[in-house]
Design a binder for this molecule. Structure first.
Ligand SMILES: [Zn+2]
Length: 328
């Protein structure tokens, strides 16, 4: 044979050789585990479109967290699901001192002071119209919503949240929340901004879970067009200027190019949100026996890290942490 070629297979010849050359790794510390908290007692209700994900009442929350901590997961993100009759026009329960997220945060920080609690800061789970801001004449008002978002963030910080994660996509939300936190004496609390958030069909199952489907219209006037790539850099840039400490890209799986762009252009920790639809697709296929769940999940998440994310918010966090433990 006199043709010339490279022998790439030399570096794949054994499991140890492959381990030696592996460029990207998953660790339990990479994951932020989302939890949905609800009112009532003894509630552990599986979300129909998200097998393995539950609405938990506060009396059952500590047992769940015990398990999360034992798996080596260092952070959770809390979503509140108030009762329907608690919802109103301006989402009062979002910034109430005794709102469901505030009570859950206090309880978790008391029992597990080391666990990092990320508070999702938005209004849509608490408004009767299901939009992320104040609505007037069928329009979501930007500047008028900022004050309520800042109040929500401050009430969450007061309850003990370690990180504030605003997800509403109003313009100026990071600046407004930073100012609110600083004025209330929480200048040490970081903001994990949903900087690049697309208007995505992959959120469908979450809206079942959070009962936050908009009652009219859609979120296309504030969330981004999935067709846009350059715009993601503008969104990230302005959040950094406004004081963001982390940048979230959401969703993740169809947006790996965006994760890489943000990684290459900015020097802040990046968080990929592996959203509900990405979870449910794999779960459904696995339950049908069509794919190998573990292998698929690991490949998907390593793909996100390879794309450039530092952390991943994922409903698979517990499963992956368990699998990683088993491998050790
Ligand atoms: Zn929202």
């Amino acid at each position: 044979m006199d043709i010339q070629f490279k022998r790439h297979r030399r570096l794949r010849s054994s499991a140890n050789m492959r381990a030696l050359l592996r460029e990207t790794h998953l660790r339990a510390e990479d994951f932020i585990y989302p939890l949905f908290v609800v009112e009532g007692m003894n509630q552990r209700n599986e979300v129909a479109s998200m097998p393995g994900v539950y609405h938990l009442s506060l009396d059952l929350l500590n047992a769940e967290i015990e398990e999360i901590v034992s798996l080596g997961i260092k952070s959770i993100i809390l979503f509140g699901v108030p009762d329907a009759e608690q919802k109103d026009e301006c989402g009062t329960q979002a910034f109430h001192d005794h709102g469901i997220v505030q009570r859950a945060t206090r309880q978790v920080k008391e029992a597990f002071p080391e666990l990092l609690v990320v508070a999702d800061t938005c209004l849509c789970e608490y408004t009767d119209h299901g939009h992320c801001g104040i609505v007037e004449n069928g329009e979501v008002l930007n500047d008028q919503s900022l004050e309520l978002l800042a109040r929500t963030a401050v009430s969450q910080a007061k309850a003990g949240a370690d990180i504030i994660a605003p997800s509403n996509m109003m313009d100026g939300f990071v600046a407004a929340i930073r100012k609110g936190l600083d004025e209330a004496g929480f200048e040490h609390i970081p903001i994990m901004s949903y900087a690049v958030k697309y208007s995505s069909a992959f959120y469908g199952p979450f809206r079942d879970a959070a009962q936050s489907t908009p009652q009219f219209g859609d979120r296309k006037t504030y969330q981004m067009d999935p067709a846009n790539r350059d715009e993601a850099l503008r969104e990230a840039q302005s959040d950094i200027e406004e004081g963001a400490d982390f940048l979230i890209v959401k969703p993740a799986l169809s947006y790996l190019d965006i994760i890489r762009d943000v990684k290459n252009n900015f020097n802040l920790p990046i968080v990929a949100y592996n959203v509900s639809g990405e979870y449910s697709m794999i779960k459904a296929a696995a339950l049908n026996g069509w794919i190998d769940e573990k292998a698929t999940v690991m490949e998907m998440l390593i793909g996100m890290k390879r794309a450039g994310t530092d952390l991943i918010i994922t409903y698979f966090a517990k499963d992956v942490a368990r699998w990683l433990k088993e491998e050790k």
